[in-house]
Design a protein around this ligand. Structure first.
Ligand SMILES: Cc1cc2nc3c(=O)[nH]c(=O)nc-3n(C[C@H](O)[C@H](O)[C@H](O)COP(=O)(O)OP(=O)(O)OC[C@H]3O[C@@H](n4cnc5c(N)ncnc54)[C@H](O)[C@@H]3O)c2cc1C
Length: 298
């Protein structure tokens, strides 16, 4: 049952150091709240795990985007609007920019954060396949200092993560240098905005020499909404890598997808539909890669 708002305590210490100290003093007692777009849904449903909230909203340490020659480091408190408005993200990481455009509506994009999307750990979260395709690394922070881990290892099961009770995500790092790749993403849902994905995909690829007819030199394929966690389809990648693209290869890839995913029936879709669509999207990606050799398509 939903509690009275006055039953809740919310503090906003205003600095990252003060917040991690608070989390360390009472591990698990304080629930971080960033944009609140998932936390408030849980609150309204009477499913908030605790009554003590600590605000991360607009914390300067979590709201910056730093670019170096090798990588872009996105503060976990950056909103979808921040991502959409960042020119380098739009140019070099279009899969993430597209996910930001497709998440909720404008109001949601002004509040919802990338860190919140990761920790909320929904298998249908739109930004997570892009993070898998870009082989993102997370910087986690606590009073013990910072640790860096590949995002692909972060979600260990349905709604389970490697985040310790006294830790926060500080930043998400993406390596630069992906020119010459085709960046392909699709969200299949009732509509793009304000709809949870039935299936979503983010994929990258390049043909050898950037020439049509060349073999697939590099490929990364990630899908959401078809398993307890967002999945990188490494076995499908292995099957297509090193081969020239033709219809048979696209067909082979489509069939291989079904063996790797574990879709379910729910209120939004059926397992069968999700399986068919995931296979079709992977085949479409392979065909587009063959037709463009990795050059971005409009
Ligand atoms: C109307 C509506 C539409 C939506 N549409 C979509 C959609 O299309 N696609 C989609 O993927 N999602 C969608 N969402 C879900 C939500 O907006 C996103 O998951 C968003 O990114 C959550 O970010 P937040 O900052 O609001 O998280 P919050 O609600 O503040 O927090 C979510 C969880 O993350 C934790 N957390 C937040 N930041 C950190 C941090 N830095 N370190 C550690 N823990 C942290 C919190 O403790 C909490 O457990 C929608 C939500 C609503 C209400």
């Amino acid at each position: 049952m939903r509690a009275n708002p006055s039953d809740y305590e919310m503090v906003a210490p205003g600095s990252l150091q003060a917040i991690v100290s608070l989390l360390a003093r009472e591990p698990g007692a304080w629930l971080p709240i960033a944009g609140g777009t998932d936390v408030m849904v849980q609150y309204a449903a009477g499913k908030l795990p605790g009554r003590k909230l600590v605000s991360l909203w607009n914390l300067p340490e979590l709201r910056r985007i730093d670019v170096t020659a090798d990588e872009i480091r996105i503060g976990a408190g950056c909103t979808y609007t921040d991502l959409r408005q960042h020119a380098l993200i739009g140019r070099d990481f279009p899969l993430l920019a597209a996910a930001a455009r497709w998440t909720g509506g404008i109001a949601n994009q002004n509040r919802g954060t990338l860190g919140g999307n990761i920790v909320n750990a929904s298998p249908a979260a739109d930004s997570l396949p892009a993070l898998l395709a870009y082989e993102a690394e997370l910087i986690l922070v606590s009073v013990r200092g910072e640790r860096r881990l590949p995002y692909v290892t972060f979600h260990t099961g349905y709604k389970k993560t490697k985040l310790a009770p006294d830790e926060l995500i500080r930043a998400i790092c993406l390596r630069r240098g992906l020119s010459g790749y085709l960046h392909y993403s699709r969200k299949v849902g009732a509509r793009n905005a304000q709809a949870i994905s039935k299936v979503c995909i983010a994929a990258l690829g390049r043909l050898r020499g950037g020439v049509i007819g060349g073999e697939i030199e590099d490929v990364r394929i990630a899908v959401g909404s078809v398993a307890p966690v967002p999945l990188r389809l490494t076995e499908v990648e292995r099957i297509v890598k090193g081969k020239p693209v033709d219809r048979e290869l696209a067909h082979l890839a489509r069939r291989a997808v079904a063996a790797r995913i574990q879709p379910i029936d729910d209120i939004r879709s059926t397992a069968r539909y999700r399986s068919e669509v995931a296979g079709n999207l992977v085949a479409e990606f392979i065909e587009q890669l063959g037709a463009t050799a990795g050059r971005p398509h409009e």
